[in-house]
Design a binder for this molecule. Sequence first.
Ligand code: XMP
Length: 511
Amino acid sequence: TVLVVDFGAQYAQLIARRVRECHVYSEIVPCTMPVEEMLARKPKAIILSGGPSSVYAEGAPAVPAGLFDTGVPTLGICYGFQAMAQALGGRVAKTGVAEYGGTELRVQREGVLFAGLPATQRVWMSHGDGVASAPEGFTVTASTDETPVAAFEHPERGLYGVQFHPEVLHTEHGQAVLKHFLDAAGCRPSWTMLNIVEDAVEAVRAQIGPDGRAICALSGGVDSAVAAAIVQRAIGDRLTCVFVDHGLLRKGEAEQVERDFVAATGVKLRVVDAADRFLAALDGVTDPEEKRKIIGREFIRVFEDEQRSIMADRPVGFLVQGTLYPDVVESGGGTGTANIKSHHNVGGLPDDLRFELVEPLRTLFKDEVRRAGEELGLPPAMVWRQPFPGPGLAIRIVGAVTRERLDILREADAIAREELTRAGLDREIWQCPVVLLADVRSVGVQGDGRTYGHPIVLRPVTSEDAMTADWARVPYEVLSRISTRITNEVPQINRVVLDVTSKPPGTIEWE
Ligand code: XMP
Protein backbone atom coordinates (compact mmCIF):
# COMPACT_ATOMS: atom_id res chain seq x y z
CA THR A 1 0.00 0.00 0.00
CA VAL A 2 1.01 3.54 -0.76
CA LEU A 3 -0.62 6.12 1.48
CA VAL A 4 -1.47 9.45 -0.09
CA VAL A 5 -1.71 12.00 2.70
CA ASP A 6 -4.37 14.51 1.75
CA PHE A 7 -3.62 18.19 2.32
CA GLY A 8 -6.31 19.39 -0.09
CA ALA A 9 -8.87 17.14 -1.68
CA GLN A 10 -8.56 18.07 -5.32
CA TYR A 11 -5.02 16.73 -5.66
CA ALA A 12 -4.99 13.58 -3.54
CA GLN A 13 -7.40 11.54 -5.65
CA LEU A 14 -5.46 12.18 -8.80
CA ILE A 15 -2.22 11.14 -7.13
CA ALA A 16 -3.81 7.94 -5.88
CA ARG A 17 -5.03 7.19 -9.38
CA ARG A 18 -1.61 7.72 -10.91
CA VAL A 19 -0.03 5.43 -8.35
CA ARG A 20 -2.54 2.75 -9.24
CA GLU A 21 -1.74 3.27 -12.89
CA CYS A 22 1.76 2.13 -11.91
CA HIS A 23 -0.03 -1.04 -10.66
CA VAL A 24 0.60 -0.22 -7.03
CA TYR A 25 -2.32 -0.07 -4.61
CA SER A 26 -2.86 3.29 -2.97
CA GLU A 27 -5.20 4.76 -0.40
CA ILE A 28 -5.96 8.32 0.61
CA VAL A 29 -5.70 9.25 4.28
CA PRO A 30 -6.39 12.60 5.92
CA CYS A 31 -3.39 14.66 7.03
CA THR A 32 -4.77 14.57 10.55
CA MET A 33 -4.21 10.82 10.84
CA PRO A 34 -1.59 10.02 13.53
CA VAL A 35 1.58 8.36 12.30
CA GLU A 36 0.97 5.17 14.34
CA GLU A 37 -2.30 4.69 12.51
CA MET A 38 -0.58 5.15 9.18
CA LEU A 39 2.08 2.63 10.13
CA ALA A 40 -0.61 0.16 11.14
CA ARG A 41 -1.55 0.03 7.47
CA LYS A 42 1.98 -1.08 6.68
CA PRO A 43 2.67 1.43 3.92
CA LYS A 44 5.52 0.73 1.52
CA ALA A 45 5.64 4.42 0.71
CA ILE A 46 3.94 7.68 1.59
CA ILE A 47 3.12 10.60 -0.68
CA LEU A 48 2.26 14.02 0.71
CA SER A 49 -0.18 15.79 -1.57
CA GLY A 50 -0.41 19.40 -2.59
CA GLY A 51 -2.87 21.69 -0.89
CA PRO A 52 -4.24 25.20 -0.96
CA SER A 53 -2.52 26.52 2.17
CA SER A 54 0.77 28.25 2.70
CA VAL A 55 2.94 26.23 5.11
CA TYR A 56 3.58 29.18 7.36
CA ALA A 57 0.01 30.44 7.38
CA GLU A 58 -1.95 30.33 10.62
CA GLY A 59 -3.70 26.97 10.95
CA ALA A 60 -1.87 25.43 7.97
CA PRO A 61 -2.25 21.65 8.07
CA ALA A 62 0.84 20.14 9.66
CA VAL A 63 2.72 17.02 8.67
CA PRO A 64 1.81 14.33 11.23
CA ALA A 65 4.44 14.37 13.97
CA GLY A 66 7.28 11.92 13.49
CA LEU A 67 6.41 11.10 9.89
CA PHE A 68 9.92 11.66 8.56
CA ASP A 69 11.46 9.42 11.25
CA THR A 70 9.50 6.32 10.34
CA GLY A 71 11.91 5.19 7.66
CA VAL A 72 9.03 4.81 5.20
CA PRO A 73 10.10 6.33 1.84
CA THR A 74 8.20 9.58 1.37
CA LEU A 75 7.59 11.88 -1.57
CA GLY A 76 6.35 15.42 -0.98
CA ILE A 77 4.46 17.17 -3.76
CA CYS A 78 3.95 20.95 -3.88
CA TYR A 79 2.58 21.73 -0.41
CA GLY A 80 3.89 18.36 0.77
CA PHE A 81 7.31 19.29 -0.62
CA GLN A 82 7.31 22.58 1.23
CA ALA A 83 6.04 20.98 4.41
CA MET A 84 8.85 18.44 4.20
CA ALA A 85 11.43 21.17 3.66
CA GLN A 86 10.12 23.17 6.58
CA ALA A 87 9.91 20.19 8.94
CA LEU A 88 13.49 19.14 8.26
CA GLY A 89 15.15 22.52 8.65
CA GLY A 90 14.94 23.99 5.15
CA ARG A 91 13.40 27.37 4.45
CA VAL A 92 10.08 28.17 2.78
CA ALA A 93 9.25 31.69 1.64
CA LYS A 94 7.13 33.69 -0.73
CA THR A 95 8.91 33.51 -4.04
CA GLY A 96 7.74 36.91 -5.15
CA VAL A 97 6.46 35.56 -8.44
CA ALA A 98 3.74 32.97 -8.29
CA GLU A 99 4.02 30.22 -10.89
CA TYR A 100 0.82 28.80 -12.30
CA GLY A 101 0.54 26.49 -15.26
CA GLY A 102 3.11 25.09 -17.65
CA THR A 103 6.70 25.87 -16.67
CA GLU A 104 10.06 24.73 -17.94
CA LEU A 105 11.95 22.59 -15.46
CA ARG A 106 15.73 22.27 -15.67
CA VAL A 107 17.19 19.11 -14.23
CA GLN A 108 20.64 19.65 -12.75
CA ARG A 109 21.10 16.15 -11.42
CA GLU A 110 19.11 13.15 -12.53
CA GLY A 111 19.31 11.51 -9.13
CA VAL A 112 16.58 8.96 -8.48
CA LEU A 113 13.48 10.83 -9.63
CA PHE A 114 14.76 12.08 -12.99
CA ALA A 115 16.87 9.07 -13.98
CA GLY A 116 17.01 8.88 -17.76
CA LEU A 117 14.66 11.85 -18.28
CA PRO A 118 15.48 14.91 -20.43
CA ALA A 119 17.41 17.82 -18.91
CA THR A 120 14.56 20.23 -19.64
CA GLN A 121 10.91 19.27 -19.42
CA ARG A 122 7.49 20.89 -19.13
CA VAL A 123 5.94 20.63 -15.70
CA TRP A 124 2.72 21.96 -14.18
CA MET A 125 3.21 24.40 -11.32
CA SER A 126 0.71 25.97 -8.99
CA HIS A 127 2.27 27.78 -6.07
CA GLY A 128 2.91 31.13 -4.47
CA ASP A 129 5.45 29.92 -1.90
CA GLY A 130 8.68 28.16 -2.65
CA VAL A 131 11.51 26.32 -0.96
CA ALA A 132 14.29 28.89 -0.56
CA SER A 133 16.83 26.43 0.78
CA ALA A 134 16.77 22.65 1.03
CA PRO A 135 17.25 20.91 4.37
CA GLU A 136 20.73 19.70 5.22
CA GLY A 137 21.82 16.52 3.51
CA PHE A 138 19.37 16.95 0.60
CA THR A 139 20.52 17.29 -2.98
CA VAL A 140 18.74 19.88 -5.10
CA THR A 141 18.05 18.18 -8.43
CA ALA A 142 16.02 20.69 -10.45
CA SER A 143 14.99 24.34 -10.72
CA THR A 144 12.93 26.73 -12.82
CA ASP A 145 13.37 30.43 -13.60
CA GLU A 146 11.40 31.44 -10.54
CA THR A 147 12.09 28.50 -8.26
CA PRO A 148 15.69 27.70 -7.37
CA VAL A 149 14.68 24.56 -5.50
CA ALA A 150 12.07 22.77 -7.61
CA ALA A 151 13.03 19.23 -6.55
CA PHE A 152 15.27 17.65 -3.97
CA GLU A 153 16.07 14.24 -2.61
CA HIS A 154 17.87 12.35 0.13
CA PRO A 155 17.85 8.77 -1.17
CA GLU A 156 19.62 7.32 1.91
CA ARG A 157 16.72 8.51 4.06
CA GLY A 158 14.20 7.69 1.35
CA LEU A 159 12.95 11.29 1.21
CA TYR A 160 12.05 13.05 -2.02
CA GLY A 161 10.19 16.17 -3.00
CA VAL A 162 9.01 18.09 -6.05
CA GLN A 163 7.45 21.53 -6.28
CA PHE A 164 5.55 20.67 -9.45
CA HIS A 165 2.58 18.35 -9.84
CA PRO A 166 3.69 15.02 -11.34
CA GLU A 167 0.12 13.72 -11.14
CA VAL A 168 -1.36 16.05 -13.78
CA LEU A 169 -1.20 15.18 -17.45
CA HIS A 170 0.33 18.57 -18.31
CA THR A 171 3.52 17.45 -16.59
CA GLU A 172 5.34 15.70 -19.41
CA HIS A 173 7.22 13.07 -17.44
CA GLY A 174 5.13 13.11 -14.28
CA GLN A 175 4.21 9.46 -14.43
CA ALA A 176 7.90 8.52 -14.84
CA VAL A 177 8.85 10.61 -11.81
CA LEU A 178 6.19 8.85 -9.72
CA LYS A 179 7.30 5.48 -11.02
CA HIS A 180 10.93 6.20 -10.12
CA PHE A 181 9.87 7.05 -6.59
CA LEU A 182 7.74 3.91 -6.27
CA ASP A 183 10.58 1.75 -7.64
CA ALA A 184 13.05 3.30 -5.23
CA ALA A 185 10.60 2.60 -2.40
CA GLY A 186 10.48 -1.06 -3.43
CA CYS A 187 6.80 -1.08 -4.45
CA ARG A 188 6.11 -4.01 -6.73
CA PRO A 189 3.53 -3.65 -9.52
CA SER A 190 1.06 -6.26 -8.27
CA TRP A 191 -2.19 -4.26 -8.46
CA THR A 192 -3.62 -5.80 -11.62
CA MET A 193 -7.23 -6.13 -12.70
CA LEU A 194 -7.19 -9.88 -12.34
CA ASN A 195 -6.01 -9.59 -8.75
CA ILE A 196 -8.48 -6.84 -8.02
CA VAL A 197 -11.42 -8.89 -9.24
CA GLU A 198 -10.26 -12.05 -7.49
CA ASP A 199 -9.67 -10.20 -4.23
CA ALA A 200 -13.07 -8.53 -4.45
CA VAL A 201 -14.83 -11.85 -5.10
CA GLU A 202 -12.99 -13.43 -2.17
CA ALA A 203 -13.89 -10.55 0.15
CA VAL A 204 -17.57 -10.72 -0.78
CA ARG A 205 -17.62 -14.47 -0.23
CA ALA A 206 -16.14 -13.98 3.23
CA GLN A 207 -18.56 -11.19 4.11
CA ILE A 208 -21.75 -12.95 3.03
CA GLY A 209 -20.75 -16.37 4.31
CA PRO A 210 -21.84 -19.80 3.04
CA ASP A 211 -25.62 -19.32 3.45
CA GLY A 212 -26.19 -15.57 3.21
CA ARG A 213 -28.37 -14.08 0.49
CA ALA A 214 -28.15 -10.72 -1.18
CA ILE A 215 -30.15 -8.45 -3.41
CA CYS A 216 -28.98 -5.76 -5.76
CA ALA A 217 -30.85 -3.01 -7.56
CA LEU A 218 -29.49 -2.73 -11.08
CA SER A 219 -29.73 0.69 -12.65
CA GLY A 220 -28.34 -0.22 -16.04
CA GLY A 221 -25.20 1.75 -15.19
CA VAL A 222 -21.71 0.35 -15.04
CA ASP A 223 -21.26 0.58 -11.26
CA SER A 224 -24.22 -1.49 -10.17
CA ALA A 225 -23.57 -3.94 -13.02
CA VAL A 226 -19.96 -4.58 -12.03
CA ALA A 227 -20.86 -4.78 -8.35
CA ALA A 228 -23.56 -7.34 -9.14
CA ALA A 229 -21.25 -9.35 -11.39
CA ILE A 230 -18.65 -9.59 -8.63
CA VAL A 231 -21.22 -10.69 -6.07
CA GLN A 232 -22.71 -13.16 -8.52
CA ARG A 233 -19.31 -14.70 -9.01
CA ALA A 234 -18.90 -14.95 -5.24
CA ILE A 235 -22.27 -16.40 -4.21
CA GLY A 236 -23.97 -17.47 -7.45
CA ASP A 237 -27.74 -17.49 -7.37
CA ARG A 238 -27.93 -16.58 -3.73
CA LEU A 239 -27.88 -13.12 -5.30
CA THR A 240 -31.09 -11.76 -6.78
CA CYS A 241 -30.92 -8.66 -8.95
CA VAL A 242 -33.88 -6.36 -9.36
CA PHE A 243 -34.11 -4.10 -12.35
CA VAL A 244 -36.80 -1.48 -12.13
CA ASP A 245 -37.58 -0.26 -15.60
CA HIS A 246 -39.07 3.14 -14.90
CA GLY A 247 -39.70 3.84 -18.57
CA LEU A 248 -37.25 6.73 -18.50
CA LEU A 249 -34.32 4.85 -19.98
CA ARG A 250 -32.67 5.42 -23.31
CA LYS A 251 -33.25 3.30 -26.35
CA GLY A 252 -31.94 -0.23 -25.95
CA GLU A 253 -30.90 0.11 -22.32
CA ALA A 254 -33.53 -2.10 -20.77
CA GLU A 255 -32.75 -4.81 -23.34
CA GLN A 256 -29.07 -4.47 -22.58
CA VAL A 257 -29.70 -5.35 -18.95
CA GLU A 258 -32.36 -7.99 -19.55
CA ARG A 259 -30.53 -9.81 -22.28
CA ASP A 260 -26.83 -9.00 -22.53
CA PHE A 261 -26.05 -8.62 -18.86
CA VAL A 262 -27.79 -11.82 -17.93
CA ALA A 263 -26.09 -13.66 -20.78
CA ALA A 264 -22.67 -12.41 -19.67
CA THR A 265 -23.05 -13.10 -15.96
CA GLY A 266 -25.77 -15.68 -15.47
CA VAL A 267 -27.25 -13.45 -12.82
CA LYS A 268 -30.73 -14.19 -11.44
CA LEU A 269 -32.74 -11.18 -12.53
CA ARG A 270 -36.22 -9.87 -11.80
CA VAL A 271 -37.34 -7.19 -14.21
CA VAL A 272 -40.15 -4.94 -13.07
CA ASP A 273 -41.90 -3.00 -15.78
CA ALA A 274 -43.04 0.03 -13.83
CA ALA A 275 -43.27 2.59 -16.62
CA ASP A 276 -47.00 3.19 -16.18
CA ARG A 277 -46.64 3.79 -12.51
CA PHE A 278 -43.81 6.28 -12.93
CA LEU A 279 -45.52 8.15 -15.73
CA ALA A 280 -48.70 8.41 -13.73
CA ALA A 281 -46.81 9.79 -10.77
CA LEU A 282 -45.01 12.31 -12.98
CA ASP A 283 -48.14 13.47 -14.73
CA GLY A 284 -48.05 17.24 -15.23
CA VAL A 285 -44.95 17.76 -13.08
CA THR A 286 -42.45 20.29 -14.43
CA ASP A 287 -40.23 21.17 -11.48
CA PRO A 288 -36.90 19.31 -11.71
CA GLU A 289 -36.49 18.64 -8.01
CA GLU A 290 -40.06 17.47 -7.75
CA LYS A 291 -39.44 15.08 -10.62
CA ARG A 292 -36.42 13.71 -8.79
CA LYS A 293 -38.34 13.27 -5.55
CA ILE A 294 -41.21 11.49 -7.22
CA ILE A 295 -38.93 9.13 -9.11
CA GLY A 296 -36.93 8.40 -5.97
CA ARG A 297 -40.08 7.70 -4.00
CA GLU A 298 -41.64 5.45 -6.63
CA PHE A 299 -38.39 3.60 -7.04
CA ILE A 300 -38.29 2.81 -3.34
CA ARG A 301 -41.88 1.60 -3.37
CA VAL A 302 -41.32 -0.72 -6.28
CA PHE A 303 -38.09 -1.99 -4.82
CA GLU A 304 -39.74 -2.62 -1.44
CA ASP A 305 -42.51 -4.60 -3.06
CA GLU A 306 -39.98 -6.73 -4.86
CA GLN A 307 -37.91 -7.15 -1.78
CA ARG A 308 -40.95 -8.32 0.17
CA SER A 309 -41.77 -10.95 -2.38
CA ILE A 310 -38.16 -12.13 -2.52
CA MET A 311 -38.09 -12.23 1.28
CA ALA A 312 -41.30 -14.21 1.39
CA ASP A 313 -39.22 -17.09 0.17
CA ARG A 314 -36.29 -16.77 2.61
CA PRO A 315 -34.69 -13.84 4.44
CA VAL A 316 -32.13 -11.70 2.63
CA GLY A 317 -29.51 -10.01 4.79
CA PHE A 318 -27.33 -8.19 2.32
CA LEU A 319 -27.80 -5.30 -0.05
CA VAL A 320 -25.27 -4.77 -2.85
CA GLN A 321 -24.30 -1.18 -3.66
CA GLY A 322 -21.97 0.16 -6.33
CA THR A 323 -20.32 2.75 -4.10
CA LEU A 324 -17.02 3.95 -5.56
CA TYR A 325 -13.85 5.14 -3.88
CA PRO A 326 -14.38 8.85 -4.61
CA ASP A 327 -17.75 8.67 -2.81
CA VAL A 328 -16.06 7.06 0.15
CA VAL A 329 -13.35 9.71 0.23
CA GLU A 330 -15.82 12.55 -0.22
CA SER A 331 -18.06 11.37 2.57
CA GLY A 332 -15.09 11.47 4.92
CA GLY A 333 -13.82 7.94 4.38
CA GLY A 334 -16.54 6.55 6.63
CA THR A 335 -16.32 2.83 7.24
CA GLY A 336 -19.35 0.77 6.33
CA THR A 337 -21.95 3.39 7.15
CA ALA A 338 -25.04 3.29 4.98
CA ASN A 339 -24.19 6.46 3.15
CA ILE A 340 -26.22 5.82 0.05
CA LYS A 341 -25.96 8.50 -2.56
CA SER A 342 -28.61 9.32 -5.05
CA HIS A 343 -26.12 8.49 -7.78
CA HIS A 344 -26.34 4.82 -7.04
CA ASN A 345 -30.00 4.12 -7.02
CA VAL A 346 -32.11 7.00 -8.10
CA GLY A 347 -33.41 8.22 -4.79
CA GLY A 348 -31.60 6.46 -1.99
CA LEU A 349 -33.12 3.62 -0.04
CA PRO A 350 -35.18 4.05 3.11
CA ASP A 351 -33.64 3.78 6.55
CA ASP A 352 -35.83 0.94 7.70
CA LEU A 353 -34.42 -1.49 5.15
CA ARG A 354 -32.29 -3.45 7.55
CA PHE A 355 -29.57 -4.80 5.37
CA GLU A 356 -25.87 -5.11 5.73
CA LEU A 357 -24.27 -3.34 2.81
CA VAL A 358 -21.97 -5.14 0.40
CA GLU A 359 -19.86 -2.66 -1.51
CA PRO A 360 -17.31 -4.48 -3.65
CA LEU A 361 -16.21 -1.30 -5.46
CA ARG A 362 -15.44 0.76 -2.38
CA THR A 363 -11.74 0.89 -3.13
CA LEU A 364 -12.00 1.49 -6.89
CA PHE A 365 -11.99 4.47 -9.18
CA LYS A 366 -14.37 4.66 -12.12
CA ASP A 367 -11.81 3.66 -14.74
CA GLU A 368 -10.82 0.67 -12.60
CA VAL A 369 -14.47 -0.34 -12.33
CA ARG A 370 -14.66 -0.28 -16.10
CA ARG A 371 -11.58 -2.46 -16.46
CA ALA A 372 -12.96 -4.81 -13.82
CA GLY A 373 -16.14 -4.99 -15.88
CA GLU A 374 -14.13 -6.03 -18.91
CA GLU A 375 -12.28 -8.62 -16.85
CA LEU A 376 -15.67 -10.00 -15.76
CA GLY A 377 -16.76 -10.28 -19.39
CA LEU A 378 -19.54 -7.69 -19.32
CA PRO A 379 -20.72 -6.30 -22.67
CA PRO A 380 -18.47 -3.40 -23.80
CA ALA A 381 -21.50 -1.20 -24.49
CA MET A 382 -22.37 -1.53 -20.82
CA VAL A 383 -18.85 -1.16 -19.49
CA TRP A 384 -18.13 1.98 -21.49
CA ARG A 385 -21.53 3.51 -21.10
CA GLN A 386 -21.51 7.20 -20.33
CA PRO A 387 -22.82 8.32 -16.95
CA PHE A 388 -26.60 8.56 -17.01
CA PRO A 389 -28.64 10.09 -14.20
CA GLY A 390 -30.86 7.85 -12.12
CA PRO A 391 -34.00 9.88 -12.92
CA GLY A 392 -33.20 9.24 -16.56
CA LEU A 393 -34.81 11.06 -19.43
CA ALA A 394 -37.32 12.68 -17.09
CA ILE A 395 -34.79 15.38 -16.24
CA ARG A 396 -33.87 15.81 -19.91
CA ILE A 397 -37.36 16.88 -20.86
CA VAL A 398 -37.76 20.50 -19.92
CA GLY A 399 -41.47 20.52 -19.16
CA ALA A 400 -43.89 17.78 -18.22
CA VAL A 401 -42.96 14.17 -18.99
CA THR A 402 -45.25 12.26 -21.33
CA ARG A 403 -44.89 9.01 -23.20
CA GLU A 404 -44.84 10.81 -26.53
CA ARG A 405 -42.15 13.22 -25.43
CA LEU A 406 -40.07 10.35 -24.10
CA ASP A 407 -40.32 8.63 -27.46
CA ILE A 408 -39.18 11.76 -29.31
CA LEU A 409 -36.24 12.26 -26.98
CA ARG A 410 -35.31 8.58 -27.11
CA GLU A 411 -35.04 8.66 -30.90
CA ALA A 412 -33.00 11.86 -30.97
CA ASP A 413 -30.71 10.62 -28.21
CA ALA A 414 -30.14 7.32 -29.99
CA ILE A 415 -29.07 9.15 -33.15
CA ALA A 416 -26.68 11.43 -31.26
CA ARG A 417 -25.12 8.49 -29.44
CA GLU A 418 -24.81 6.46 -32.60
CA GLU A 419 -23.02 9.24 -34.46
CA LEU A 420 -20.70 10.06 -31.57
CA THR A 421 -19.78 6.39 -31.34
CA ARG A 422 -19.27 6.16 -35.09
CA ALA A 423 -16.94 9.17 -34.90
CA GLY A 424 -14.91 7.38 -32.21
CA LEU A 425 -15.63 10.06 -29.62
CA ASP A 426 -17.06 7.91 -26.84
CA ARG A 427 -14.01 7.95 -24.63
CA GLU A 428 -13.15 11.57 -25.28
CA ILE A 429 -16.57 12.80 -24.32
CA TRP A 430 -17.60 12.38 -20.72
CA GLN A 431 -21.29 12.37 -21.56
CA CYS A 432 -23.65 14.02 -23.98
CA PRO A 433 -27.08 14.75 -22.58
CA VAL A 434 -29.67 15.35 -25.28
CA VAL A 435 -32.38 17.64 -23.98
CA LEU A 436 -35.89 18.16 -25.32
CA LEU A 437 -37.29 21.66 -24.87
CA ALA A 438 -40.79 20.33 -24.80
CA ASP A 439 -42.59 23.59 -24.13
CA VAL A 440 -40.69 25.55 -26.74
CA ARG A 441 -41.70 25.58 -30.38
CA SER A 442 -40.11 27.25 -33.31
CA VAL A 443 -40.96 27.78 -36.94
CA GLY A 444 -39.14 25.83 -39.59
CA VAL A 445 -39.46 24.83 -43.18
CA GLN A 446 -39.18 21.30 -44.45
CA GLY A 447 -40.01 20.09 -47.92
CA ASP A 448 -42.48 22.68 -49.11
CA GLY A 449 -44.18 23.22 -45.84
CA ARG A 450 -43.95 25.24 -42.69
CA THR A 451 -43.20 23.26 -39.55
CA TYR A 452 -43.76 24.20 -35.96
CA GLY A 453 -41.68 21.81 -33.93
CA HIS A 454 -39.48 21.43 -30.89
CA PRO A 455 -35.80 22.20 -30.46
CA ILE A 456 -33.38 19.60 -29.18
CA VAL A 457 -30.22 20.59 -27.32
CA LEU A 458 -26.94 18.69 -27.61
CA ARG A 459 -24.84 18.99 -24.48
CA PRO A 460 -21.55 17.16 -25.11
CA VAL A 461 -19.06 17.74 -22.29
CA THR A 462 -15.58 16.72 -21.31
CA SER A 463 -14.83 16.16 -17.65
CA GLU A 464 -12.66 14.23 -15.22
CA ASP A 465 -15.20 13.73 -12.48
CA ALA A 466 -18.42 15.61 -13.35
CA MET A 467 -17.63 18.21 -10.69
CA THR A 468 -16.40 20.56 -13.38
CA ALA A 469 -16.81 20.23 -17.11
CA ASP A 470 -16.18 21.97 -20.38
CA TRP A 471 -18.27 21.81 -23.53
CA ALA A 472 -16.71 19.31 -25.90
CA ARG A 473 -15.31 20.57 -29.20
CA VAL A 474 -17.09 18.00 -31.30
CA PRO A 475 -15.99 18.32 -34.96
CA TYR A 476 -18.42 20.30 -37.11
CA GLU A 477 -18.95 17.40 -39.50
CA VAL A 478 -20.11 15.18 -36.67
CA LEU A 479 -22.45 17.86 -35.33
CA SER A 480 -23.75 18.39 -38.80
CA ARG A 481 -24.49 14.70 -39.29
CA ILE A 482 -26.30 14.51 -35.97
CA SER A 483 -28.34 17.59 -36.78
CA THR A 484 -29.32 16.40 -40.24
CA ARG A 485 -30.27 12.96 -39.08
CA ILE A 486 -32.33 14.14 -36.11
CA THR A 487 -34.29 16.67 -38.11
CA ASN A 488 -34.84 14.14 -40.90
CA GLU A 489 -35.68 11.15 -38.78
CA VAL A 490 -37.57 12.66 -35.85
CA PRO A 491 -40.57 14.48 -37.32
CA GLN A 492 -41.40 16.51 -34.22
CA ILE A 493 -37.97 18.10 -34.14
CA ASN A 494 -37.09 20.90 -36.52
CA ARG A 495 -34.09 22.49 -34.80
CA VAL A 496 -30.90 21.21 -33.17
CA VAL A 497 -28.89 23.53 -30.94
CA LEU A 498 -25.52 23.14 -29.26
CA ASP A 499 -24.89 24.03 -25.62
CA VAL A 500 -21.51 25.78 -25.27
CA THR A 501 -21.56 26.44 -21.52
CA SER A 502 -18.89 25.14 -19.16
CA LYS A 503 -19.63 23.89 -15.64
CA PRO A 504 -19.66 26.10 -13.69
CA PRO A 505 -21.77 28.09 -14.38
CA GLY A 506 -23.99 25.55 -16.17
CA THR A 507 -24.54 22.09 -14.70
CA ILE A 508 -24.13 19.14 -17.04
CA GLU A 509 -27.83 18.28 -17.05
CA TRP A 510 -30.39 20.97 -17.84
CA GLU A 511 -32.52 20.15 -14.83
P1 XMP B 1 -24.86 18.02 -12.99
O1 XMP B 1 -26.08 18.19 -13.85
O2 XMP B 1 -25.12 18.27 -11.55
O3 XMP B 1 -24.49 16.48 -13.12
O4 XMP B 1 -23.68 18.78 -13.51
C1 XMP B 1 -23.31 15.90 -12.63
C2 XMP B 1 -23.38 14.42 -12.92
O5 XMP B 1 -24.41 13.80 -12.16
C3 XMP B 1 -25.42 13.27 -12.99
N1 XMP B 1 -26.70 13.60 -12.37
C4 XMP B 1 -27.42 12.75 -11.63
N2 XMP B 1 -27.23 11.45 -11.34
N3 XMP B 1 -29.25 11.41 -10.10
C5 XMP B 1 -28.16 10.79 -10.59
O6 XMP B 1 -28.00 9.59 -10.33
C6 XMP B 1 -29.52 12.72 -10.35
O7 XMP B 1 -30.52 13.24 -9.90
C7 XMP B 1 -28.55 13.40 -11.16
N4 XMP B 1 -28.47 14.68 -11.63
C8 XMP B 1 -27.33 14.78 -12.35
C9 XMP B 1 -25.21 13.92 -14.34
O8 XMP B 1 -25.65 13.08 -15.40
C10 XMP B 1 -23.72 14.12 -14.37
O9 XMP B 1 -23.02 12.94 -14.73
